[in-house]
Structure formats: C-alpha cells, structure tokens
Design a protein around this ligand. Structure first.
Ligand code: ADQ
Length: 455
C-alpha cells in the first residue's frame, strides 16, 4: 500500500467491500495477526498503486469484546483498513444467507434457491433484513459490481428486486465489468421500476444515475517482474523437470460452483477417452482454493470434484503417472507465477464470471512461452481476450474436449498471434487504469450533477 516512488498520493480511493484484503486471526486478548485474503477483488485492487486506497469492511471474525475490537482496529490501521464489526448472526444471515445463498447463485444464472436453501419466506426476509443492516453501516459514493449483472428476466425473479435496484440507484455512478451487465442493469430499472433509461444511465424524476462499463485488469508488471525473481525461476525449473515430456494444462480457480470445475474435468476425461495418443502425454493441474467452506453447497461441490478426479485418475492413470493433479489449496504468489509461466495451456470454464482475472494473470506470465488460453464465453474476460483465446461454451463438454485438442495441436505462428493480441490488452488495461477511469468518471459525474442543480 506504499506509493512505489515514495511521493505523496494525489487521490484517495475508499473501497467498501464485504471483506477486507486481510483476514484477522486472534492470538491473545489484545493481540492479532493479519493474513492476506485470496480472491479476485483483492487481487484486482492490490494492483492499484497511484491512489491512497483505504478499505472498509468486515475482518472475517466475530469480535464481541471492546478490548479486542480496539486492538484489531489499531492493527488494521497499519494496513489502511477500517473494520466494520458485525455480530455472528448478522454475518450468518447477511453473508452466508442473502449474499452467498441467494444473490451469488442468482447473478451467476444458477437460479433462485429451491425450497431447501430458501427454506421459508420468513428466513428470506430475515436474511434480507440482515443484508440491509450490514450495508447501512457503510457509506456510498461510486458503486462497482464485480460479479455479472444478470438479464432483467432473471433479476425479475428476486423477491427484493425493486429495493435492490433503488438502493444501487442512490449512488452517483454505477459500474460493471462489461457493457452487457450495464445494459442488463438499465433494462432491469426500466422494466421493473418503470424508470427512463438513457445512453448515460437511468433517470428518476430528473435525477440521473450514471451507468457504465469499467472492465477491471491486473497489475501486469507485478507478474512480469516476478518471473525474474530467482525463487520463481527455481520453481519453474523444478516444474519443468517434474513434467518433462508432457504438456501441462492449468486450471486455477476458487472452488466455486460458478467456475465450472466439474465440467472442465469431465471435458478432459472426454478428451482422454477420444484421444488415446495423448493419455500419457498431457496432464491437468487443477489448483482449487477452498472458499465459503461453511456453505453446504460448497461442501457438496468439493466432494463431487474429488469423486470425479478419483474416477478419472483410476481410469486413465498408470503405476507412475496420473492425468489429473488436483490441489485443494491456495498457492503463494511465486509458486502461482511459476505455474502460469511454464504451463502450455490455461483452461477457464466458468459457467458465469464477472471478469476472471486468472486468464489475465496467465497471459501476463506467458510472454516467453506463448501458451494457449481456453476461455469460457460466459466470463467477462471473453469480451476482452476473446480474439486471442479459444472461446468455449463450458456446458458443452464435447466442445471443450475438442478445444483441448485444438490447443495442443496449435501451430507456433497461431499461438504467437493469439498471445500477442491478449498480452497487449492485459498490459494496457491494468487495474491502475481501471481505478483512474472510475475515479475520474465519478468526479465528472458529481461535477455534472452539481452544474445541473445550479441551472
Ligand atoms: P474470483 O471469483 O475470485 O473474483 P478471479 O477474477 O479469477 O475470480 O480472481 C481470482 C484471484 O484469486 C486471482 O488473482 C488468482 O490468482 C487468485 N487465486 C485463485 N485461485 C487461487 C489459488 N488456488 N491459489 C492462489 N491464488 C488463487 C471475483 C469475480 C470475478 C472478477 C473478480 C475481480 O468472481 O469474476 O474477475 O472478482 O472483479
């Protein structure tokens, strides 16, 4: 969080998110240790260097006592973080309940929870009440959604559809990763609230909320620089030796339903089934960091993935090799960069994904090797990296299996052409550029609104 050249910051960015970029672990009554949290929002915003960023959010832990709250607030201040203390019941109802059980699956087109998850209308109402309570503790300025925003036909099914839209419209600027999500939001406001949609956004009785697309990026230099690091190079050497003679395909995802991990593994199985030649020549490394482990749906997904991996390794493994290496854990930055750099293919099969930064990170680390990116057309990144990647429909296992063959057999010229296209995009559309555009648009929006009021 230091400005790299040590000079003063000229702009401030307040990030209000559910989680802080660090998680707190209690070591004593007034003693805390802080660990960096994993996830796309944190990765994206760690790349923003030119603004003085402060985070406001929940520290991931229940701290009922005042001495503990005071000590944690002090420890977090050094990381430019301001904690919001939520009691266990509010977190359970608001985050595990309303956010992860209702909004997250709905916004990724996995549907409104069925009876077992939605339980009763009463529990839905109490989850929504907790959601409002947790949000009212925060402040509003510009509002950015880092998930997809679904078609208005999907949003219409949400019982609290109007309240959510109205709450978002209270912001001056509303941002999404892609034009499609912004368009879906504007049509939800026009169709559900009966408001007027304009090219600038949504108008309600003369008040305009600006709505626009701000595709996020990464700090590409950080990844490119990491490849020069001796420890990363040592990791790369080890990996090359470990997998010598075989092509390596990489998957890096949070273990989440939206990432389409079972679909990816089943497509790999189909590829091996149809291509005996490749059975001992290609390996899939799937790194899946566990996430939301308290939510039963995620526990089921873990078992499902383990079962499929076990079956396929039993089916196509030999005494000395297995086709799938599946790790249920997070990797440190250096190990991750080494993997991105040495692997031949990255495969992203998200069923829906706001953007997907793994695809950006892979491209940033592949300038020497020119690996192939297989990318779901349902990830926001498909709109920016689509011309360089092989785009697939992850629901179509046959198509994904065929794309693996296409990637393995791709000529060096074609890999070069595709990689250069994506590399240029990733290195020019960075997290820093995203923040600057958003902040400057927010400034313009506020100035324009003040001018309208004066007129
Ligand atoms: P995520 O769903 O978390 O992000 P993504 O954008 O790919 O997905 O970001 C994941 C981040 O976590 C990457 O920086 C990656 O390096 C890291 N990561 C993932 N698995 C890891 C592992 N096993 N070990 C170590 N690191 C790992 C959400 C939205 C996305 C959106 C981002 C940013 O769901 O659609 O792109 O926020 O807005």
């Amino acid at each position: 969080w230091e400005k790299p050249d040590g000079g003063p910051f000229t702009q401030r960015l307040l990030v209000v998110a559910n989680r802080l970029p660090v998680s707190a672990v209690r070591r004593g009554e007034e003693s805390w240790s802080l660990e960096v949290s994993a996830g796309g929002l944190v990765s994206a915003l760690l790349g923003v260097k030119e603004v003085e960023a402060k985070w406001i959010g929940w520290a991931g832990v229940n701290v009922p006592d005042e001495p503990g709250q005071r000590a944690l607030t002090k420890a977090l201040a050094e990381k430019r973080c301001i904690p919001v203390f939520l009691d266990e019941e509010v977190v359970h109802q608001y985050y595990n309940g309303y956010c992860n059980n209702i909004l997250w699956p709905l916004f990724h087109y996995l549907g409104l929870p069925q009876e077992d998850r939605l339980a009763t209308t009463r529990s839905f109402q109490s989850q929504f009440a907790a959601y409002k309570k947790a949000n009212q503790i925060n402040m509003k300025v510009g509002w950015f959604l880092h998930t997809p925003f679904p078609s208005s036909e999907i949003h219409r099914t949400l019982p609290s559809r109007s309240e959510l839209l109205r709450a978002v419209l209270a912001a001056d600027l509303v941002g999404f990763h892609t034009y499609d999500y912004a368009r879906h939001f504007v049509s939800a406001c026009t169709r559900i609230l009966g408001l007027e949609g304009t090219p600038e956004g949504v108008e309600d009785q003369g008040r305009l909320t600006r709505v626009a697309a701000f595709p996020i990026g990464i700090d590409s230099d950080r990844f490119i620089r990491a490849l020069e690091n001796p420890q990363v190079q040592e990791h790369m050497k080890e990996l090359k030796e470990r997998f010598s003679g075989r092509k390596v395909m990489l998957g890096v995802d949070r273990l989440d339903m939206i990432k389409g991990i079972p679909q990816k593994i089943l497509a790999f199985e189909k590829f091996l089934e149809e291509n005996p030649y490749w059975r001992d020549k290609v390996v899939l490394l799937q790194i899946a960091v566990p996430t939301r482990t308290d939510v039963p749906e995620y526990q089921k997904l873990t078992s499902q993935v383990h079962e499929i991996v076990g079956r396929i390794n039993g089916r196509f493994g030999t005494l000395t090799t297995v086709p799938i290496h599946h790790l249920d854990r997070s990797l440190d930055f250096q190990a991750l960069c080494a993997l991105y750099a040495v692997t031949d293919i990255a495969i992203v099969t998200s069923l829906r994904d706001g953007m997907n930064l793994v695809s950006y990170e892979y491209v940033a680390c592949q300038d020497a090797k020119r690996g192939v990116l297989i990318l779901s057309e349902f990830a926001g990144a498909a709109q920016s990296l689509g011309a360089g990647a092989i785009l697939v429909n992850p629901w179509n296992i046959t198509e994904v299996a065929a794309s693996i063959g296409q990637a393995l057999n791709m000529s060096a010229e074609e890999r070069e052409k595709r990689h250069c296209h994506n590399f240029l995009h990733v290195t020019t559309h960075t997290a820093q550029e995203w923040a600057e555009t958003f902040v400057s648009e927010l400034n313009d929006t506020v100035v324009e609104a003040q001018q309208r009021i004066r007129q």
